[in-house]
Design a protein around this ligand. Structure first.
Ligand SMILES: C[S@@+](CC[C@H](N)C(=O)[O-])C[C@H]1O[C@@H](n2cnc3c(N)ncnc32)[C@H](O)[C@@H]1O
Length: 273
């Protein structure tokens, strides 16, 4: 089968998006993900039998809903190439909004704690931009921490990872606490579509806000005066999260929109009386 035929079959017969079909073919061929121009230049080349089998297998799994990043084993996030697999949430481009906001509040030698770090995406992006800052990260999942630590080592970024339940057992005080916690309601029908990703990374209580409530309640004890708590949340949760922050005594409570214009992150400043 020629390259062009293989791509067309994946799109027409399996319904894949062309970009996904191209990236999977590059992966099956062992070529870099940024080599799409090579596919165009070689569209009449024949695939060898092994590559064709690998491609068929990958495209079938993608059509069945496996995230592209799990199939290629990598995800670009804030200019970093992260290795990801089914042990962690596939980092979303929307989360770069939280990183942008966090950088506004993280001084060169500041301190930040990332709660629910998963692949390490947020903590590693912050460390890459603020190499002198003290960056720590927590996750409840030992599997996720193994992925995050391997990413940090490969990227040469010094982040202190530890296993824990949100802020329980945390001793330090930070200029900034950030989190993209699980925030989908337990009975949300969308969870079915996300069945390839770890459940612990996705859902949190009947209204999806359990983790956010816990973090907001515990963060003040670990924020320096004037420090910020910044949280990612669901597209319809901004108002509820702002209310929780205000009730807890945070000031300057506000939200930020993602690239699609949706209020996707909310946060506030802690000013002890
Ligand atoms: C939505 S994922 C975010 C992963 C990563 N920060 C990102 O943005 O791609 C939520 C993460 O919170 C972690 N988590 C869930 N419950 C937790 C808890 N009680 N304490 C700490 N981490 C928790 C999950 O293991 C998962 O890695």
């Amino acid at each position: 089968m020629q390259i062009q035929q293989a791509l067309s079959a994946a799109c027409s017969a399996l319904g894949l998006e062309r970009l996904d079909a191209q990236l999977l073919l590059l992966h099956a061929l062992g070529r870099p993900q940024n080599d799409r121009a090579w596919l165009l230049a070689h569209d009449s080349d024949a695939l060898d039998a092994d590559a064709e089998m690998r491609y068929i297998n990958l495209t079938r799994r993608r059509a069945a809903g496996t995230p592209l990043a799990y199939l290629t084993g990598q995800r670009e996030f804030y200019g970093l190439t992260l290795k990801v697999d089914a042990r962690v949430l596939d980092p979303r481009p929307d989360t770069e909004t939280l990183v942008d906001w966090a950088l506004e509040h993280l001084d060169a030698r500041g301190s930040v704690l990332d709660l629910g770090t998963g692949s390490g995406a947020i903590a590693l992006a912050l460390k890459s931009q603020r190499p002198q800052a003290r960056v720590e990260a927590v996750d409840t999942s030992a599997d996720a921490l193994a992925v995050a630590r391997a990413n940090a080592q490969r990227l040469g970024l010094d982040v202190a990872f530890r296993q824990g339940h949100w802020l329980q057992g945390t001793q330090g005080q930070y200029a900034l606490i950030v989190s993209n916690p699980p925030y989908i309601a337990e009975d949300d029908p969308h969870l079915e579509k996300l069945g390839h990703e770890p459940r612990v990374a996705l859902s949190s209580g009947v209204d999806g806000l359990d983790a956010i409530r816990t973090i907001i309640a515990r963060a003040p004890a670990h924020l320096q005066g004037g420090g910020w708590l910044l949280l990612e949340h669901g597209w319809e949760q901004a108002e509820a999260v702002r209310a929780l922050l205000t009730q807890a005594g945070f000031v300057q409570v506000q939200s930020r929109r993602d690239l699609a214009g949706i209020e996707r992150c909310s946060g506030g400043q802690w000013q002890p009386a």
